[in-house]
Design a protein around this ligand. Structure first.
Ligand SMILES: [Zn+2]
Length: 339
């Protein structure tokens, strides 16, 4: 009883502390559709503001660890026939493939590409939405990578590279998708498979369906457990929050919700996906988020700040290149260092 009371007191104190703490967090105005330079500036401001937050006390972190443990027990489905169980059995492909690297061909830094939704040009009713690119553009970009001898790596391999355990040739990229749209299965998967490419898909796990819907390009659909089981030869499935991929006044729930809610959500997300890798919704986070991710054992986290990643980078603040409708093939060549 005394223990429950103590935990309740700590949690109440936490909520009050986090509310006061977040009041100082004012520079957060990210919306999709800004230019790359604006993205970089906003991210710089966001990180600067985030750094003004007080770090969490040891007591607070202990209380959060208790919540995380509770969530782990809840994540597994009781239903033994479900695709969730099949996913759990097959899931993470953590084989690290090494590749001979010739003298002078060692990559110092590599680009991580970020995609969202894909539609054929004739189906695309999203005008000026930076998160929707055409299948035609995506196919052209993948063909360019293939024809120029690029190799794609998994997030496991990327992590090994970033901690200095794996050498990679210069023509290496990592491909990521955010949000887990069904279009990634319908359109991106066959193209990636044709070239034997690997990609990561950051999933909002509460959106996952047990049985897949038929793909309809005129609806915004999310993929399901069965899709994940069927496409593990190309994709790994990673974390994008369980149900915090939402905004209020341009501020992501990840940075405005009480800390114990964040811990609850991320623990559930990690358990369901079976992955230690994360992408920040809308690229938003603060020092509390970083501390929580570290405590939960999240080993890499991706922002939307543009730039290559290299050994020595902060693994919880990794950069990516958002590929949007305005990205020309010339822009794409620059990103992948193809001259
Ligand atoms: Zn997202």
């Amino acid at each position: 009883m005394k223990k429950i009371l103590t935990i309740t007191l700590i949690l109440t104190a936490l909520i009050i502390a986090s509310t006061l703490g977040f009041a100082k967090y004012i520079g957060n105005t990210y919306v999709y559709g800004k230019s790359a330079a604006m993205d970089t500036l906003l991210n710089f401001l966001r990180i600067t503001h985030a750094m003004q937050l007080e770090p969490l006390e040891e007591e607070e972190l202990k209380a959060l660890a208790i919540i995380a443990d509770e969530m782990k027990k809840l994540a597994y489905s009781e239903d033994t026939d479900s695709f969730q169980v099949s996913y759990m059995e097959k899931k993470y492909n953590n084989i690290i493939r090494s590749v001979p690297v010739k003298e002078g061909d060692k990559a110092e830094a590599i680009p991580v590409l970020m995609y969202h939704h894909l539609l054929y040009d004739e189906e695309n009713t999203y005008i000026d939405n930076d998160s929707v690119i055409t299948v035609e553009s995506f196919a052209e970009q993948m063909k360019l990578l293939h024809e120029n001898g690029y190799r794609t790596i998994t997030l496991n391999e990327l992590e090994a590279f970033l901690i200095g355990d794996l050498e990679l040739p210069k023509k290496t990229v990592a491909i990521t998708f955010d949000d887990g749209y069904l279009s990634n299965i319908a359109y991106a998967y066959p193209i990636l498979k044709e070239y034997n490419f690997k990609a990561s898909n950051f999933i909002i796990s509460h959106k996952l369906k047990e049985i897949t819907e038929e793909f309809d390009p005129y609806q915004l659909q999310y993929l399901g457990w069965k899709d994940m089981v069927d496409t593990l030869d190309v994709f790994t499935y990673d974390n994008h929050t369980h149900d915090l991929h939402r905004v209020e006044d341009h501020k992501g729930y990840l940075v405005i919700k009480p800390l114990e809610e964040v811990v609850r959500d991320l623990s559930m997300n990690m358990e369901l996906m079976g992955s230690p890798y994360f992408a920040y919704p809308y690229g938003q986070y603060n020092t509390h988020t970083l501390q929580i991710l570290e405590r939960l054992g999240m080993r890499m986290a991706f922002t939307v700040k543009r730039g290559h990643v290299k050994p020595g980078d902060d693994l919880l603040q990794l950069q990516r290149y958002g590929i949007c409708p305005k990205t020309t093939i010339e822009d794409f060549k620059k990103i992948i260092d193809l001259h």
